[in-house]
Design a protein around this ligand. Sequence first.
Ligand code: ADP
Ligand code: 5GP
Length: 218
Amino acid sequence: MSDRNGLLLVLSSPSGAGKTTLTRLLLERDPAFELSVSATTRPPRPAEVEGRDYFFVSDQRFAEMVAGSELLEHADVFDHRYGTPRSPIEDVIGQGRDVLLDVDWQGAQQIKLSPLGRSVVSVFILPPSIGALAARLVSRGQDSKKVIAGRMAKAQAEIAHWAEYDYVLINDNLDTCFVQIETIVSAERLRLARLPGMRGFVEGLNAEFDERRRDGDL
Ligand code: ADP
Ligand code: 5GP
């Protein structure tokens, strides 16, 4: 049993703004975080690994996961299906550890409305400019020109949801943006609602007052 309730950190951004990079940094530097590995029907990119980046599944398997309520949320993004497996998240949260989710605005909305919604802290990452976003999609070197054009075309629709998030950050300098995420996480972990042991601690302080009164020290 942990002394705090785990949080679900939901990161969204238009493709190319830096979510994956920030996610990797956070997982490297903060051992309390576990990454939620999504299922998708999209084919793997050259550098992607099954089970680490995604569970790459067929349309039929994805439909089975939806029908069997295996997904906490799911959505169609860029002509493919993406979804968050439910049970790993419930396990991690139940142990008082934290889960990091990289999902689009549709996923963020659904998770907030789910029974785990009270654990959610949502962060939207903006690029410093649309020029920088385009340059990052190209420099990542993982997608074809056609795929990049499609992602740029949809970036404005994703950005339109910025105001639905708890925090909105501009990923201009990577180090600065990462420190901002660490700051948010540190503060959110200290919220009273996430510290179930605080009531018992204050009861202990009151017991000490009582004892001192009994002993005539107060
Ligand atoms: P997303 O997961 O949001 O699609 P990535 O994390 O893959 O985006 O980042 C897209 C590209 O931009 C990558 O090549 C990454 O190294 C680069 N990148 C990320 N953040 C910055 C930044 N602050 N400045 C410059 N390049 C960045
Ligand atoms: P990519 O194909 O670049 O890995 O991801 C494309 C988009 O799908 C990104 O905006 C990413 O956040 C989103 N995405 C990835 N996994 C999930 C998921 O499980 N659920 C939802 N709703 N979106 C996801």
